[in-house]
Design a protein around this ligand. Structure first.
Ligand code: GLN
Length: 533
């Protein structure tokens, strides 16, 4: 099959939403009946973002096959519903690692290993790898970083070569830039875009399509000017103005014909415009929702992107419940018994967030205690679930020094402890329990009902520690039940307090698999209870 490749690069500034544009284009091509996938190449040297602090690049997303990836893969999945894999996320570090491993094995038969051709060949191989495994009409490749970065040069050289090798019918370059508005002059400025395109041209890449991000409408004249200066057809200059929700971007892109222009440039007759029915219904429901639900995210990273998938999952579920999610970040670090009532005042639901390390964990325990004893619907995810368990052990089972062995080696009640397999692990990167595992649900539990009475589900994990099963009977006698278990390792995956309105903790991350068209059942059930004031 002659898979076609669309390369998406960014210029002028970072954070312009290349991931959203890539996901939107994927969505639009999919709506036309094409099979697609989207991959991200990140120029940094880390092998994967697993060891990165969320302040660096936001949340670490996890694929079903257990790869720790950039958060843009979350957008790809939420928009298109495709399941990405470890090969959808590649960093400079991974490229170099495989080239260096090959060199050590002697695969290069005495040759000098160089950026060109060895590194660029490896990049080209990985761009084409996904299509070698499954039949795909389009592979969309997003190149992280901004034109001009030293790190992204080998990736740009690789896509230059691929475009040349595959030709215009099988490869296309889309470039996203920013058009700033100078308030003092009352003008939109296109110079940075022209400069960015010139830089690309200097590297031998001529973008066929330009997407201009701006806070104001650009107007025909300005787009004509950009087209003129950049060797791009007028109709191929698309505007991406700020919108109230990222989920409006695919409709806006369709309206401006981004998919049509990409197809036409590759010699395909586009055919009729797909309706995007379910997607538009989602947007319609969103526009009708007026009542907001105040939901607290109790965590330690005061940064929008740190809990991206949780925020999006809440937004999906609220939309389907005809509500808006009004999310309040509550820093667990400053949370104490003295201020928790005031900090959580007015919150109708609480999510206790995942995390690593001791900082802020006592605050999560305080929040769990407050929510449990005040009957506030609460979802604890991963570390959040673990802190729910520790709180229950301290205050209900009476084990005052109960803890997780991640934080205390001296606790006489390690109710959360390290998985046996993890004890021998010395490396930090990629060594946790990662990816999707089966979870068998306990009949008649809250979660079993939430999942539509399925007996078994698969959910994604990212943790080293787990519920210590030695204590299970003790917990169950006192009212915290195990509602889901992994059948292979007998690990507790979900805990619940049935006497409470909604108090559920999951060792896995349900937020990684909520999509626009398929909101996650646990988030749906949680919001269903939250709105029942
Ligand atoms: N730090 C905890 C563990 O490793 C929880 C991880 C998480 O919340 N993702 O088990």
């Amino acid at each position: 099959m002659d898979t076609k490749y669309i390369f998406i690069t960014g210029g002028v500034a970072s954070s312009l939403g290349k991931g959203i544009i890539s996901a939107s284009l994927g969505k639009l091509l999919q709506a036309r009946g094409y099979t697609i996938t989207i991959q991200k190449f990140d120029p940094y040297i880390n092998i994967d973002p697993g060891t990165l602090n969320p302040y660096e690049h936001g949340e670490c997303y996890v694929t079903a096959d257990g790869q720790e990836t950039d958060l843009d893969l979350g957008h790809y999945e939420r928009f298109t519903g495709i399941e990405t894999t470890r090969d959808n996320s590649v960093t400079t570090g991974r490229i170099y690692l495989s080239v260096i491993e090959s060199e050590r094995r002697g695969d290069y038969l005495g040759k000098t290993i160089q950026v060109v051709p060895h590194i660029t060949d490896e990049i080209k191989r990985r761009i084409q790898l996904l299509a070698a495994r499954q039949s795909l009409d389009f592979v969309i490749t997003e190149i992280g970083g901004t034109i001009g970065d030293i790190e992204s040069q080998p990736f740009l050289e690789a896509i230059r070569q691929l475009r040349w090798e595959l030709g215009p019918a099988r490869a296309l370059n889309v470039h996203l830039t920013y058009v700033p508005y100078l308030a003092a002059a009352g003008e939109l400025k296109t110079k940075p875009t022209q400069t960015s395109v010139k830089q690309l041209q200097g590297l031998g890449i001529q973008p066929e399509v330009l997407v201009l991000r701006s806070e104001h409408s650009l107007g025909v004249e300005l787009r004509r000017k950009v087209a003129h200066f950049c060797n791009v057809a007028e109709e191929a200059v698309i505007q991406s103005q700020d919108l109230p929700s990222i989920y409006e971007v695919p409709v806006n892109m369709q309206h401006q014909g981004l998919d049509v222009i990409c197809l036409s440039k590759m010699g395909i007759t586009p055919g009729p415009t797909p309706e995007l029915g379910p997607w538009r219904r989602f947007l319609h429901m969103r526009s009708l929702a007026t009542e907001a639900l105040d939901i607290a995210l109790v965590g330690k990273y005061d940064l929008q992107d740190a809990y991206k998938s949780i925020r999006e999952s809440l937004a999906h579920a609220c939309t389907y419940h005809n509500r808006l999610a009004r999310i309040h970040f509550v820093n667990s670090e400053g949370l104490s018994d003295d201020n928790v009532a005031q900090r959580l005042e007015g919150m109708v639901g609480v999510v206790i967030c995942p995390g690593f390390g001791l900082r802020g964990t006592e605050g999560k325990i305080v929040a769990a205690h407050y929510c449990r004893t005040h009957n506030i619907p609460t979802l604890g995810i991963c570390l959040g679930m673990q802190m729910m368990v520790v709180e229950f052990a301290r205050h209900v089972l009476g084990y005052a020094d109960a803890s997780s062995s991640e934080f205390s080696v001296t606790s006489s009640h390690p109710v959360i402890s390290m998985m046996e397999k993890q004890k021998a692990v010395t490396q930090m990167g990629g060594t946790m329990r990662l990816g999707a595992y089966e979870c068998r649900l306990t009949e008649d539990s809250r979660s079993w009902h939430a999942y539509g009475r399925q007996t078994s589900v698969r959910e994604r994990h990212r943790h080293r520690y787990e519920f210590n099963s030695q204590y299970l009977a003790d917990f169950e006698r006192h009212g915290m039940l195990c509602a889901g278990v992994n059948p292979d390792a007998d690990l507790v995956e979900i805990v619940e307090v049935p006497a409470h309105r909604w108090y559920v903790g999951t060792q896995f991350h349900p937020e990684y698999s909520s999509t626009v068209l398929h909101p996650h059942p646990l988030f749906m059930d949680f919001i269903g209870e939250v709105k029942r004031l």
